[in-house]
Design a protein around this ligand. Structure first.
Ligand SMILES: *Cc1c(COP(=O)(O)O)cnc(C)c1O
Length: 380
């Protein structure tokens, strides 16, 4: 019997649900001859600013560029330190280094995978200029507590919203609460383009203007360069595609929430695994549905995350490990002096996390297949 593979994400299924609109908008851009900048990009920036709830929105090349531009706009560089999480995609810490500053880390919370804010104050020192928090997997950070800490110590807050477009904390959309919000339109993100893209949001006009200058080769007036900048822009084709997809984002996020809810129902009585939950005050947008798989003995045999991943794969279900190696243990950061044992929760979680298939359009039948496979992985 031929059994279909259940992928971690199915972008073709998403495209097919809106293919006419996407095809038409791409053709319009191609036929217009305006491929860089112009009204399509400006209109998308206005729409995203309105959606997030900020006065300013600047698009750029990627989520990585958004983080880099945010740091540069805040004049963070050599001699400065920035606090962030060791449990994220590398770009979060990497851009701190690229800007010339030093990333310093604190441990995370096991139940949210996000920075444990109570660990932050212990490492604040006069060199620290900013905190970059990540709303990981779509789960918002407690921004009330974070802003309290940041304001007390006079620190900037950058929100890495790459996995959380549309997530909310106390009914405020993430990316509008800290000083700057950074977004990625990588295809698998909640709002994904058909290629690379990113955006920066802020309510600070001056920061917005500085970002605008830096992302356009340090110039406000063409061929007049005031500071060192880069070339970072969103293509008109991607902006057109994103305008269409933005109209569906709330519906897709609601669908992700329903899928998460159903997983919870299907999996809650299975031993050895811990299920993710939404924090009180948060609106989680489930870029990933990530469970924790305990290390243990089942039927005199080791049972663990890697066993379950392989077991699911043999049944045609592809799960993912985000992230197998915490950032403080990556080779690139060996010089920072962290060790195995520096952040016990992060390190333990990196052995236990497993992200199950999760995408708008996923069928309940498919979710049942995933749940049944997990249930039968015991006693094998
Ligand atoms: C995807 C991602 C980024 C980087 O975005 P790109 O558009 O791929 O450059 C940064 N931070 C986090 C948490 C991400 O998931």
């Amino acid at each position: 019997m031929q059994v279909n593979t259940i992928p971690p994400v199915d972008l073709v299924r998403q495209y097919e649900s809106i293919n006419k609109e996407i095809d038409n908008t791409i053709l319009e851009v191609v036929r217009s001859g305006h491929y860089i900048g112009g009204s399509v990009v400006q209109d998308f920036e206005k729409q995203l600013a309105q959606y997030i709830g900020t006065s300013e929105c600047l698009t750029c090349n990627s989520g990585t560029d958004a983080l880099y531009l945010a740091l540069k706009a805040l004049n963070i560089g050599f001699g400065d330190e920035v606090i962030t999480t060791p449990f994220s995609f590398i770009a979060t810490a990497e851009t701190i280094s690229l800007a010339g500053a030093k990333p310093i880390f604190a441990d995370i919370e096991r139940n949210t995978f996000n920075l444990d804010l109570e660990n932050i104050e212990k490492i604040i020192n006069p060199k620290v200029k900013a905190i970059i928090v990540v709303h990981l997997f779509g789960q918002p950070v407690n921004m009330t507590r974070l802003m309290e800490i940041a304001n007390k110590h006079n620190l900037y807050v950058i929100e890495d919203c790459a996995q959380a477009t549309g997530a909310k904390w106390n009914n405020k959309t993430v990316g509008s609460i800290g000083h700057i919000g950074c977004f990625s339109f990588f295809p698998t993100k909640n709002l994904g383009a058909c290629g690379d893209g990113g955006a920066i949001t802020t309510n600070d006009y001056a920061i917005g203007q500085t970002i605008k200058i830096i992302k356009e080769h340090g110039s406000m007036k063409r061929y007049h360069h005031d500071v060192v900048g880069i070339n970072s822009r969103l293509d008109a084709i991607q902006a057109a595609i994103l305008q269409v997809k933005l109209r569906y984002l709330d519906k897709w996020n609601e669908e992700r929430r329903e899928i998460a809810h159903y997983y919870h129902k299907l999996l809650s009585s299975i031993p050895m695994i811990q299920l993710p939950e939404e924090i009180i005050g948060g609106y989680h947008v489930w870029n990933q549905y990530t469970i924790l798989v305990a290390n243990g003995i089942d039927n005199n045999k080791d049972y663990n995350r890697d066993f379950l991943k392989k077991y699911l794969q043999d049944k045609g279900i592809i799960s993912m490990v985000y992230y197998p190696i915490p950032i403080h243990l990556q080779k690139v950061y060996a010089n920072l002096g962290y060790q195995k044992t520096s952040f016990p929760i992060t390190e333990q979680v990196s052995y236990e996390v497993l992200s199950l298939p999760m995408f708008p359009g996923m069928l309940t039948q498919e979710q049942k297949r995933v749940a049944n496979a997990i249930a039968t992985s015991f006693n094998q």
